[in-house]
Design a protein around this ligand. Structure first.
Ligand SMILES: Nc1nc2c(ncn2[C@@H]2O[C@H](COP(=O)(O)OP(=O)(O)OP(=O)(O)O)[C@@H](O)[C@H]2O)c(=O)[nH]1
Ligand SMILES: [Mg+2]
Length: 295
């Protein structure tokens, strides 16, 4: 009896899951991103169309260990054509490894910097742990200065030296990107989903465009690990995108699948392509926001 139960209720669903994670469409359900060089050229020449902004600011947010800091390192790696580890990442802590608010600029060598910056923030945890939702709202409005150390139980107050009273357009966030591991979509805790939803509504009030990145596609899908060209062929990953869309209300065309540079020592074109594709969309959405801000 016990063996029967084990087979029907545990082994069978497990086998189904493994088989499904290997299933692929014959053609990618989203076309493979355009030529990397074209996107790099676009990023190189990008300047915000709004004269009051010197750069476009992207904020990454998401649960602890989702790969936010690694994504920023991956963007830097694509732009510098070698694997870069600037933002510290962690595999084992279970608590947010990133504790301070930090802006990352990306070097163009002798030509200065790209006209977009990325902000890394403490991860979200259940209950009273992780970054405080009110602090994220303050960051969206530009009130949080760099190096502010988040305190999960207490939000940033106006009297704190790291509170910026009069943020300029440059200090504000122009595009918000929610980062979640592809394999964790179905197991996100109710509390983290609630927090993500609260921030999403606050960003909507401010008209800030929002995208989502599902990371760690290599861990979630063996076919994607085998070859990044399979990322948009995987049935399992497509299902995660759809589930995430339903969970938080992102439209499917605002969700991107990415494999970060987490264990590699050199970059490759196909992994770059997915990072570049997502980054270009962040810039386009953020630029629309900046352009129509005074309409
Ligand atoms: N296999 C794989 N591992 C990844 C990927 N992205 C990140 N990681 C690993 O996941 C772990 C956590 O990554 P972090 O970038 O520190 O995650 P985070 O969202 O910044 O986490 P906190 O700062 O703690 O909130 C690290 O060990 C990374 O190397 C990915 O796409 N694939
Ligand atoms: Mg981090």
């Amino acid at each position: 009896m016990f063996i029967f139960y084990l087979c029907v209720h545990i082994m069978l669903p497990l086998c189904e899951r493994v088989i499904f994670s290997l299933a692929t469409f014959s053609k990618p359900w989203r076309p493979f991103p355009e030529n990397n060089e074209d996107i790099l050229e676009f990023l190189n020449s990008y300047k915000p169309q709004n004269q009051e902004a010197n750069h476009l600011r992207i904020l990454f947010l998401g649960p602890v260990g989702a790969g936010k800091s690694t994504l920023i390192n991956s963007i830097d790696s694509v732009l510098q054509h070698r694997v870069i580890v600037r933002g510290l990442t962690d595999a084992i802590s279970g608590k947010s490894f990133t504790r301070k608010y930090k802006t990352y600029k990306f070097s163009k060598g002798s030509q200065g910097h790209y006209s977009f910056v990325c902000n890394d923030i403490m991860g979200m945890e259940q209950k009273d742990g992780g970054v405080h939702v009110e602090d994220i709202k303050l960051a969206l409005r530009g009130h949080v200065k760099d190096d502010y150390e988040f305190k999960p139980q207490q939000q940033l107050t106006k009297s704190d030296e790291r509170y910026r009273s009069c943020p300029s357009l440059n200090d504000r966030v122009h595009v918000l990107v929610t980062v979640v591991p592809a394999g964790s979509v179905s197991i996100l805790s109710e509390e983290v989903v609630k927090k993500l939803r609260k921030v999403r509504l606050a960003a909507r009030e401010m008209d800030i465009p929002q995208l989502a990145i599902l990371t760690k596609v290599d861990e979630a899908c063996p076919k994607a690990k085998q070859d990044p060209k399979n990322i948009y062929k995987s049935k399992y990953l497509k299902e995660q995108v759809e589930k995430f869309s339903q969970l938080l209300g992102f439209s499917v065309n605002c969700i991107f699948l990415v494999k970060n540079y987490s264990s590699e020592i050199s970059i490759d074109d196909d992994t770059d392509a997915h990072i570049l594709c997502a980054l270009k969309q962040m810039i386009l959405h953020g630029n629309d926001f900046l352009t129509h801000l005074n309409d």
